[in-house]
Design a protein around this ligand. Structure first.
Ligand code: 5AD
Ligand code: SF4
Length: 583
């Protein structure tokens, strides 16, 4: 038998990840660790486990087994029904302590809690102390080269931890989860022999099995992408009792195929979570006293829940004016406006945000709803990526600069006072100095309140990698990025200056990191607001003086600003409903 038991499988759902695989490989065949490295008693035990495991593996899953699980929607591991080569007992965590470390975007923060929820049900414990951990899992990001380099560096540090591990303790297991596992697959196992498990973004339900396989000294991986996995029934665990806000994942994957972006390859096709399960999670969070939810997804406003047959009519999608898609028009299903409407009705005292949207999906009904509903924050992230129509075309963004600017005007007319943010990439393939200056001018023209600016990082598999040349020298990319950051800051400072003298509703998060005598919270536009922690009146009971606690809404008069923070003094404690009419 080939030491690498690898099941290749042509996916039903097209070319995005034309080959996906599950693999198990034996430590003896592939590890550099000589067998003499094991202390004898431990080795005897391990050998026993291995022999037992090998014999069960031989009578275990066949090629057909994997094909079967591949041709149905992804099977959910069931503790009653373990795979043939594992017992129910082996799938249990046996109180092993898991340390989870998150890199990258907010999706990954949410995925970390999904992974943890699955492991907790399986009998694992969580630790925040690395030294205590029996299992270390890194939830990784692949969006830019630098993000991956950070993980490689971290793995080198963890290697030392693994080698120095006392033999009296159970062996330390290390896992790579998320986008990097999906992108690099076995390259990680080959490069870093001390990595025990790999789990792609759609394989977290398989974590107990992967860890059980790793227990016997094998490396194990599942990087299958799914067409329908949304973890709808996995409620992330709220780990911080003082938390005021939470993320709620509403969709996964992306069909846009912007030419620079790896996400469609690491996170797979776009799919939405059923509305009913999202509402159930938001209700639970409201019952727990949380005051803010952020609806999460790679393309939140492309949301389309087609799980309920009666809504699968042939009504086609309303795109923003002047915008197009790289895929065939989709029809039917419950759309983002419906979801936003429903979610915002759960608890009028709960703020609703969403990220990250694509500018193509802002039809009037979404804008109208944001304008009308008090608890939907007047804050829109509108990733432009570039101010040059020529570059936007090369990026396959589906809009021109003019269409984007027109949308900005339309949004500002529809939602007065809206706070805007954007993502930009400096130095994309073929970007000239003139293209760059057009991005500078877009930053000046729009005057965003927040910005996320990056130097272009070429990613294998993307269209840009295959068709375009990464021809802007690194130092030019960095110089342009610096210029964009400077201009963004100048404009954001000006935009935020408009708040001075205004009274804003702030959701208190806790004490300021810089000063124990100050409190910190967020305004409706998601900007940080710092103010002294003093006694104040409560609007519903003027007779008592109160001190604001995390989760309280307070009115703060803004007295000064920078590009990223506002400062002010607190007027009173209030509620979201009571504060709807203010400057
Ligand atoms: N290089 C640099 N930035 C990128 N982004 C996505 N792909 C790349 C890349 N290859 C940025 C985009 C996106 C944000 C999440 O990351 O601006 O909106
Ligand atoms: Fe990183 Fe994108 Fe993956 Fe998020 S989805 S972890 S940003 S590569």
């Amino acid at each position: 038998m080939h030491p690498l038991q690898c099941v290749l499988q042509t996916q039903r759902w097209g070319p995005l990840a034309s080959v996906s695989w599950l693999l198990l490989r034996t430590c003896r065949a592939h590890s550099n660790v000589p067998s003499t490295a094991c202390p004898s008693l431990e080795r005897q035990q391990e050998d026993g486990v291995r022999k037992d495991f090998s014999s069960r593996l031989a009578s275990g899953p066949t090629f057909q087994h994997f094909l079967r699980s591949a041709s149905a929607p992804q099977e959910k591991p069931d503790m009653e029904d373990p795979p043939p080569y594992l017992t129910v007992d082996e799938l249990l965590g046996r109180q092993r302590k898991v340390y989870l470390e998150t890199y990258g975007c907010q999706m990954n923060v949410n995925d970390t809690e999904i992974a943890w929820s699955i492991l907790q049900k399986s009998g694992y414990l969580r630790t925040r102390n690395l030294q205590e951990a029996d299992v270390i899992l890194l939830v990784t990001c692949s969006i830019r080269e630098k993000a991956e380099q950070t993980i490689w560096n971290r793995l080198h540090q963890l290697k030392a931890l693994k080698t120095k591990r006392l033999r009296s303790r159970v062996p330390l297991r290390i896992g790579i989860l998320g986008c990097m596992a999906e992108r690099l697959k076995e390259e990680i196992l080959n490069r870093e022999k001390m990595v025990d498990i790999l789990a792609g973004p759609d394989a977290y339900r398989d974590l107990p099995r992967l860890l059980a396989v790793a227990e016997s000294g094998q490396q194990a991986a599942n990087v299958l992408l799914s067409l329908d996995e949304t973890y709808a029934d996995v409620m992330p665990v709220q780990t911080s009792p003082s938390a005021t806000s939470a993320f709620v994942s509403i969709m996964r994957g992306c069909d846009n195929m912007c030419s620079y972006c790896i996400v469609p390859f690491t996170r797979g096709r776009e799919r939405s979570r059923p509305v009913a399960s999202i509402l159930e999670e938001v209700r639970k969070l409201s019952e727990q006293g949380l005051k803010e939810v952020t609806l999460l997804g790679q393309n939140v406003n492309s949301f389309r829940d087609s799980s309920e047959v009666q809504f699968n009519n042939a009504v086609s999608t309303n795109l923003s004016r002047g915008f197009s898609t790289n895929y065939k028009p989709k029809q039917g299903g419950l759309r983002f406006a419906h979801l936003l409407d429903q979610v915002s009705r759960v608890d009028p005292e709960m703020r609703i945000r969403f990220t990250s949207p694509h500018p193509k999906d802002f039809p009037d009904e979404v804008l109208q709803l944001i304008h009308e509903r008090d608890n939907i924050c007047k804050q829109i992230h509108l990733p432009a990526q570039s101010g040059s129509s020529r570059v936007l075309e090369a990026m396959r963004r589906g809009y021109s600069r003019e269409a984007y600017v027109e949308l900005i005007h339309h949004i500002r007319e529809s939602i007065p006072g809206v706070s805007l943010s954007s993502d930009f990439i400096a130095g994309f393939c073929g970007e000239t100095e003139d293209d760059h200056l057009q991005t500078v001018s877009l930053l000046r023209e729009v005057q965003y309140n927040m910005g996320f600016l990056f130097a272009y990082s070429m990613r294998q598999k993307t269209r840009a990698y295959h068709r375009l040349k990464d021809d802007v020298p690194e130092e030019v990319k960095l110089r342009r990025l610096e210029e964009l950051i400077t201009v963004f800051r100048e404009e954001a400072t000006k935009a935020n200056m408009a708040s001075v003298g205004c009274t804003q509703l702030v959701l208190v998060e806790g004490h300021s990191k810089r000063s124990a005598t100050d409190l910190c919270g967020r305004n409706d536009g998601n900007l940080k607001v710092i103010f002294p922690d003093v006694e104040m009146e409560d609007v519903n009971n003027s007779e008592v003086k109160v001190r604001a606690q995390p989760g309280d809404y307070v009115l703060v008069k803004i007295t000064s600003t920078s590009s990223q923070t506002l400062k002010g003094h607190v007027l009173c404690r209030t509620t979201l409903k009571d504060s709807s009419a203010y400057c």
